[in-house]
Design a protein around this ligand. Structure first.
Ligand SMILES: CC(C)(COP(=O)(O)OP(=O)(O)OC[C@H]1O[C@@H](n2cnc3c(N)ncnc32)[C@H](O)[C@@H]1OP(=O)(O)O)[C@@H](O)C(=O)NCCC(=O)NCCS
Length: 170
């Protein structure tokens, strides 16, 4: 069955969370784990919107924390599918922290995650192709391809190295 391509913007999902005491450590900085959970949630919804399937997080490929997030900041998580392959998709998430009193907005974090779509039996299933429509969307797709190539090359190199160690141990 041919499935029509979807543009990245059709998957775009924005979550907002006002950070409170329960989200922070004793220094009033927000826990990295709190940010990661919300990143995973926003990215998960974007992957479902693209595939219209149940999805699972296969990997968190990269996550950078650029500035600490503080109690009282309003944090938004904007997630978009950057690239789609056979059954997997890369989702990029931009995290911005706003001080609601001053209006200052800081880019706090960027993350890239891979999600896999599942059929009703829980097996990986095909997702619609992605059709970037803007230059930014084209660039993000190209960068996602680079990250996937690196991820697969790293896995292959590690498997190759492990085989060599197994042979040495025999
Ligand atoms: C992710 C999962 C479905 C992949 O299953 P699998 O049997 O390895 O599936 P396949 O080998 O057929 O690979 C399916 C796709 O997943 C991708 N994939 C598998 N493992 C991956 C990993 N660690 N990182 C990124 N992508 C991965 C493959 O590249 C493939 O993509 P493609 O079809 O677009 O080329 C399975 O490992 C799983 O269920 N993991 C647990 C997920 C989970 O519990 N997440 C946390 C809660 S949501």
């Amino acid at each position: 069955m041919t499935v029509n391509p979807r543009s990245p913007s059709e998957s775009t999902t924005v979550l907002a969370h006002w950070m409170g005491i329960a989200d922070a450590n004793s220094n009033r900085d927000i826990h990295g784990g709190t940010i990661m959970k919300l990143v995973d949630e926003a990215a998960g919804v974007a992957s479902v919107r693209h595939s219209r399937r149940r999805t699972v997080t296969a990997s968190i490929d990269r996550m950078s924390f650029l500035v600490p997030i503080k109690i009282g900041q309003l944090v938004t998580f904007t997630a978009t599918v950057n690239a789609a392959w056979r059954t997997s998709m890369e989702v990029g998430v931009r995290v911005e922290a706003e001080d609601p009193r001053s209006g200052e907005v800081l880019h706090a974090s960027t993350a890239y995650l891979t999600f896999v779509a599942l059929d009703d039996a829980g097996r990986p299933t095909a997702v619609p192709p992605i059709e970037p429509r803007t230059l930014d969307e084209q660039r993000r797709m190209q960068e996602a391809e680079i990250r996937r190539r690196h991820r697969l090359a790293e896995r292959e190199a590690i498997e190759h190295g492990r085989k060599a160690f197994t042979l040495m141990a025999d």
